[in-house]
Design a protein around this ligand. Sequence first.
Ligand code: HEM
Length: 238
Amino acid sequence: MPKMHKRHDKSDIFIHWFNAACWLLLLLTGVALIQNPDVNPLGAGYPKAVRFLVGGGGNLLAVHEGIGILWIIGLAFYMVVNARGAAFFLREVFSVSPARDMAWMLKKMVLMTLGPKPLKMLGMDTELPDQGYYNMGQKAFAQASVVGGVVIAVTGVVMYLSGRTFGAAAVGWVSWAVTLHFVAVGLVFAGLLVHIYMAAISPDEKPGFRSMFTGRVPDDYAKHHHKLWWNKINAGEE
Ligand code: HEM
């Protein structure tokens, strides 16, 4: 049995999959709400079928809003229950060491797409700089999903209230909310495609994927992928 290290708490694992399930349902219902022949991402058949399934457009909107509210409440609840975990996550994700992390990001992209040759031709070291609890790719996605998530939640609440309490004077604000809601979803969704590939499909990251269920990673994975975190564990700081 290899030596293991704790990476995620039970509440971290729960909130990650709760968030992923909410995202999936919000995307499925949100895309179905778009019924405009010029911007119909999945064709006219999809919104029609989903509306039929839930008993009309009004119900579909109510379902989308309901899941959105549940999502916000779930995340807020996690922040209260595991305030330390949430603070640790935000601290790790938003602390960037520009020289080390940008070099990691650039080299990683070259290695994944073109292989080591271009780096060797430029006389550069093909080893990636050591990374901490998260690597720069994970941090970039997490930053986009935190900022994007806040924008999506706030604009969603504005739209929700617009039909209930706001008057005609708020039309400008509500239009901005609609636009920003779409932009933020697009941004996080683009990152999500890479995130799912890197986290669930890339063979290199399999131990990281398993840790999203078990909470633990093997020592050699931690040492190879998150050396600065591994150093801290061995120094008894984590
Ligand atoms: C099928 C869908 C998904 C899979 C398979 C997946 C997988 C994973 C895994 C394995 C990790 C752990 C990485 C590690 O600790 O080393 C992780 C972390 C994370 N996930 Fe997901 N995830 C999914 C959906 C989502 C969604 C929808 C979001 C948010 C929009 C999200 C946001 C995050 C964030 C912020 C982290 C921490 C930073 C990172 O590792 O990138 N995930 N995910």
